[in-house]
Design a binder for this molecule. Structure first.
Ligand SMILES: Nc1ncnc2c1ncn2[C@@H]1O[C@H](COP(=O)(O)OP(=O)(O)O)[C@@H](O)[C@H]1O
Ligand SMILES: [Mg+2]
Length: 249
């Protein structure tokens, strides 16, 4: 089977800093793959390459067998969508929620924007009353729901999530994670979820790549990881840390 996402020997350098070192992993259609590692290990850099935000990389990256372009075309952005950590930064302060969702639909020439916007908000648990509000009139969790709605309104096949809950209050994190897990079940999305917290990954992913210093040091089934505690000492440390931290307050 051709993987939905195939990353082989991905390398990224920023000047002298060799930030990704031969990163390789595959994500099959409908699968959720987690990338876990401490801050600075290179997780966001992987997602920035996949999402087309960083054209300076070497290696072989393909989506459904098609090589990833350094400067992807418009069609690519309809199929590959990303949700960032900080919902404040990712929504324009002077755009209503309606405008924020209408923009990608217009860019990609979708019909029936009204219906699509209403449905997208409903899908993330926000009623019509939110539609003409501004980001500052929403809570952090509601804003992240809007960011998720904006990503999904284009009906992408691939969803990239960079620490989607770590900027949120602990009490809200589980709500947003449950929403993402529901969405994943309802749609046949291929998904990469980045987190520094293995508990977050365990909530949604069947497989996880453990990143340390720009490398994937372990690529394993979540169930196996829970049973064995991980092969690498670094993985075992992450697992212990995630067991100490609680997801919900
Ligand atoms: N645009 C950039 N220029 C220079 N260094 C960068 C840039 N982006 C990331 N880095 C460096 O690359 C490393 C990995 O960063 P990042 O992918 O953001 O890690 P993570 O998301 O795991 O916290 C860090 O050392 C970071 O400082
Ligand atoms: Mg990051």
């Amino acid at each position: 089977m051709t993987p939905a996402i195939d990353v082989q020997n991905l390398n990224v350098r920023f000047g002298d800093a060799h930030v990704l070192k031969d990163v390789s992993f595959r994500v099959f259609e409908g699968e959720s793959f987690g990338l876990v590692g401490e801050s600075g290990s290179g997780k966001s850099t992987v997602l920035r390459v996949l999402s087309g935000l960083n054209p300076s990389w070497s290696g072989a990256v393909s989506f459904a067998g098609k090589p990833h372009e350094r400067r992807p075309n418009k069609a690519f952005y309809r199929h590959v969508q990303m949700v960032f950590q900080d919902p404040f930064a990712s929504l324009h302060p002077r755009m209503t929620i309606d405008a924020a969702l209408a923009e990608p639909l217009a860019i990609h020439g979708f019909d029936k924007p009204d219906q699509r916007i209403a449905a997208a908000l409903k899908d993330v648990g926000l009623d019509e009353g939110f539609r003409f509000r501004y980001p500052h009139q929403l809570s952090g969790g509601q804003r992240q729901r809007v960011a998720i709605a904006r990503a999904l309104v284009l009906q992408p096949s691939i969803l990239l999530l960079d620490e989607p809950t770590s900027a949120l209050d602990v009490s809200i994190q589980a709500e947003v994670l449950n929403l993402l897990a529901d969405i994943k079940l309802q749609r046949n999305l291929s998904l990469v979820l980045v987190s520094h917290n293995l508990a977050v990954i365990g909530h949604m992913c069947s497989r996880v790549g453990v990143m340390n210093g720009g490398r994937i040091v372990e690529d394993t089934d979540i169930g196996v990881l829970r049973e064995t505690g991980g092969r690498e000492s670094y993985t075992r440390e992450l697992l212990a840390a995630s067991r100490r931290a609680s997801l919900t307050a």
